[in-house]
Write a protein that binds this ligand. Structure first.
Ligand code: UDX
Length: 478
């Protein structure tokens, strides 16, 4: 048997957001199942939220740990928590700027402190796997003599657009929203993308100074110093973009990481909020008849948008589950629904603050997904063959929409121009759920799903890339 001394030991640090923590946990499980020792670091706030909402949490245990159950099946995953610089009660979602500023400047000092303690105690720690969205990994990796692995949780297209920000600046496409319509055709591996499809952080509107400073100044300079970049993308879905990136840096598309894991991790809690059980409600509906509506964990909508969507759902006459986070409008508001909405929907709709999305969209009665196009949601939708109605709000979601609707043709735009209107929403919902175009979407979806399924098979690209990555990493470590 392999001695612990010979096992590589990696420290993993995800960005403290739901959409980043989920793929990081899947990656930790996958690496541990390949013989890695993992030390997984969550912020105290994230730890508190996960354990509070987890069905696996035992309030009697003092040393609660999200990987306790995984360890019982033989995986060696240690767990540590760290302050993000803010008290537990501080509302991070409603104080974006302050929080992001803290993450960029205070958090790295706490990481440094913790690494000092952990790495000095255990000299076998050889590798750092940090979220690409941090600006400090190269500094920490150098200081503690660790191999520096960057994990990018979004598609390769988004990565390469940030990566080539300098080209966008030279060509006048940076910050040019509304001023330029000509396609961007000079990014290696990208055939052409319109300025309106750039991630919001590369466009002027909706982007705060702090987001821009973090993404632009530090993050994409720092990732260029990483020894390896792994990405939750699929080679067959973005072949040209990925092969162009591989000419720049060792870049390994290994997605979708949840599927690569074979969903073996249903005993590890990943959710930051308690999940409402929708199974009984779904069970009573006909096959493929339910529209699932969710805007992920961060995106906010205006009161007008929420009202138009509510009216659009009513007009469509389709059954739906709507995940409406209490902070969806950027503040906590009890008065979220238009007058009369709840009385009118009766049993046709179920509105919940948070769901177990995987259980909902894998249910045979779900036939469509109205989504903000968060990357995890897109991958999950593909995996469960559910065509999408796209309403991107910010960050990578804008670019993810282009992949889903324009390139892969597995989704429709919710609206062709803003502001959204209830009659157009109702018409698009009906088109997605039962119109003539739904057959084409479903056929395309089957082909895309087939590619993804093949990618994660034992001879597929994601599995091969993953094995290649751990082989190359071992060579660097030993
Ligand atoms: C955002 C970005 O848009 C995304 O692309 C990026 O990679 C991370 O930050 P988020 O808003 O969290 O992500 O959306 P998404 O990437 O879709 O991730 C949300 C995750 O939460 C999904 O895995 C989804 O299954 C889960 N979820 C969502 C639930 O379990 N229940 C819900 O009610 C809603």
């Amino acid at each position: 048997m392999e001695d612990n001394q010979d096992k590589p030991h990696a420290i993993m640090v995800p960005c403290p957001f739901q959409g980043h923590i989920i793929p990081f946990i899947h990656l930790a499980i996958k690496l541990a199942s390949k013989g890695y020792i993992i030390t997984f670091i969550n912020t105290e706030k994230i730890h508190h939220q996960i354990t509070k909402s987890s069905p696996y949490h035992d309030p009697k245990t003092t040393q609660d740990d999200i990987f306790t159950e995984a360890r019982k099946s033989g995986l060696e995953i240690h767990y540590a928590t760290i302050s993000d610089g803010f008290p537990l009660g501080f509302d991070r979602s409603l104080n974006d700027d302050q929080f992001l500023h803290g993450l960029a400047h205070v958090f790295s000092a706490h990481v440094d402190d913790l690494f000092g303690k952990i790495v000095n105690k255990d000299s076998r720690i050889s590798c750092l796997i940090a979220d690409t969205f941090f600006g400090w990994p190269s500094m920490i990796a150098k200081k503690y003599n660790l191999v520096n692995v960057s994990f990018w949780t979004q598609p390769a297209l988004v990565f390469t657009l940030y990566y080539h920000m300098d080209l966008l600046k030279i060509n006048g496409h940076y910050d040019c929203h509304d001023n330029r319509e000509d396609a961007i055709d000079y990014i290696p591996g990208v055939e052409g993308i319109e300025p309106k499809d750039l991630p919001s952080y590369l466009q002027a509107p909706n982007t705060t100074t702090i987001e821009r400073r973090i993404v632009h100044k530090s993050v994409f300079e720092d990732v260029k110093k990483a020894d390896f970049v792994i990405c939750n993308a699929v080679e067959e879905l973005e072949p040209k973009t990925i092969s162009a990136l591989q000419e720049k840096q060792p870049f390994y598309p290994i997605g979708p990481i949840f599927a690569l894991n074979g969903f073996t991790m249903n005993t590890v809690a990943t959710s930051l909020w308690s999940e409402s059980d929708c199974t009984d409600w779904l069970q009573a509906k006909p096959h493929g008849s339910v529209l699932y509506v969710s805007f992920g964990s961060l995106a906010c909508c205006s009161r007008e948008e929420v009202a138009e969507i509510a009216h659009g759902l009513l007009l469509s006459e389709v059954s739906f589950i709507w995940v409406l986070r209490p902070d969806i409008m950027g503040s906590y508001d009890n008065d979220i629904f238009p007058v009369g909405f709840k009385d009118e929907i009766k049993d046709r709709g179920l509105v919940v603050p948070w769901s177990c999305q995987i259980s909902v969209i894998s249910h045979p009665t779900v036939g469509g997904f109205l989504t903000h196009c968060g990357w995890n949601s897109v991958l999950e939708s593909i995996w469960f063959n559910v065509p999408m109605l796209c309403y991107p709000v910010f960050t990578d979601q804008i670019t993810n929409r282009k992949l889903v609707v324009d390139d892969w043709k597995i989704g429709l735009n919710l609206c062709d121009r803003k502001p959204i209107r209830r009659d157009e929403i109702a018409e698009k919902i009906n088109r997605l759920m039962s119109g003539k175009s739904t057959n084409d979407l479903r056929k395309n979806m089957e082909q895309i799903k087939e590619k993804v399924e093949h990618a994660i098979s034992s001879v597929g690209s994601s599995e091969k890339n993953f094995n290649q990555f751990i082989g190359d990493l071992k060579v660097r470590i030993f």
